[in-house]
Design a protein around this ligand. Structure first.
Ligand code: HEM
Length: 344
């Protein structure tokens, strides 16, 4: 980083990208000794996005790389993000938000799946010897941005400056200004039980009308919307930025929602999860959970682009430890596109 760079505000990864029709969610764990190689690949992520994104500029390709709590300590020395910790499971009387392994999350979005698929392929060509993919979900937008329960999903997301404020770490943690946190959960729906409800009962579970997407005037206290409407100390609504995606495997009868939410502090999403799974007061849990089971749950830190490209030093113990294998073939050179690193 040069002295001029210090005056330039940190550039976030493309968290605030407009909603897209396709996405791939990749959660992986890092093998022992893979740290140096993974640092290298993470530094190349912004360039990999340019490589594939530039070929179809209107495709809106956006790649966001995030790092779990343990992985952060293995990869980077120096200060750590104030809000970073492993995902905290939430146990209600009836429903549980489980914590599952995850060192790295890649959230890859584009208007069409071809760009998501291509950039994921290039990424995995680099990462395969160093990681184990523990979950890969290919998501799609369903009619009118509906989830597979049939409701329009995402309406009350913040937009513009409110969205930026909702997801961006600021002066409360100056070393990481411009960064974010992200929580993911993979939900499977019991569509048999869900479809046994008539539409008006389904509307009471969600808290909005199904066809025309209007919030109910009388919100049941255990409806999804009522449970997830939180106000902070000043009376303002606490916001997160969701980009849920339907996914499924029709042959296996699997119908799901991949939940993903960015926030400036994980505490906001965690408060929502507590209200959903435990209830406030306890017992007033979110009725959506009677039809949706969380199979995974992980929390990640979303560094700025500058952090990824010019990371702090590796932890000393790792730097002096055994040397990891070098990144594999199909490197930038073998792709014929020169160095993938930032060219600033
Ligand atoms: C089974 C998974 C989920 C499904 C299918 C789902 C679906 C929906 C739908 C249809 C809405 C109403 C429209 C809108 O988006 O504003 C909504 C709202 C919302 N959901 Fe979810 N959601 C899921 C999980 C979650 C989780 C785990 C959280 C938080 C931890 C969450 C937080 C919210 C919030 C904050 C709102 C907006 C409330 C408002 O201000 O009106 N959702 N969700």
């Amino acid at each position: 980083m040069t002295s001029e760079d210090a005056a330039v505000p940190p550039v976030p990864q493309p968290v605030l990208t407009p909603l897209t029709a396709s996405a791939i969610f990749l959660v992986m764990t890092m093998r022992p000794g893979a740290e140096a190689a993974v640092r290298e690949v993470l530094a190349e992520v912004p360039a990999l996005q340019r490589t594939v994104g530039f070929r179809v500029p209107e495709g809106r390709l956006a790649v966001v790389a995030s790092v779990g709590s343990d992985a952060f300590d293995r990869l980077y020395a120096g200060p750590r993000p104030a809000g970073l910790h492993p995902f905290r499971p939430v146990a209600g009387d009836k429903h549980h938000a489980v914590a599952t392994p995850g060192d790295l999350l890649f959230h890859i979005r584009a208007r069409h799946m071809d760009q998501c698929f291509e950039v994921t392929t290039l990424l995995m060509d680099r990462l395969r010897p160093f990681v184990d993919v523990v979950d890969e979900v290919h998501g799609f937008k369903f009619f009118e941005v509906r989830d597979l329960l049939g409701f329009v999903d995402g309406t009350e997301n913040p937009t513009g400056p409110a969205a930026e404020a909702a997801v961006t770490v600021g002066s409360e943690d100056p070393a990481f200004a411009g960064a974010s946190y992200v929580i993911v959960q993979k939900y499977i729906h019991d569509l048999g039980a869900w479809n046994a409800l008539d539409s008006s009962e389904q509307e009471r579970v969600i808290g909005r009308t199904k066809l025309d997407n209007v919030e109910l005037a009388a919100l049941p206290p255990n409806s999804h919307v009522a449970v997830n409407t939180l106000t902070g100390p000043g009376g303002t609504q606490l916001q997160i930025l969701r980009d849920n995606m339907p996914f499924g495997n029709v042959g296996k009868g699997e119908f799901g929602t991949y939940y993903i939410a960015y926030s400036a502090s994980p505490a906001v999403t965690e408060a929502m999860l507590t209200r959903m799974f435990v209830g406030d007061p306890p017992g007033n849990y979110d009725r959506i959970l009677d039809f949706s089971t969380a199979l995974t749950g992980s929390l990640f830190f979303v560094p700025t682009t500058g952090f990824l490209e010019n990371p702090p030093p590796a932890p000393a113990a790792r730097a002096s430890g055994p040397q990891p294998a070098q990144p594999p073939a199909r490197s930038a050179e073998s792709l014929g596109i020169g160095s993938l690193r930032g060219r600033s």
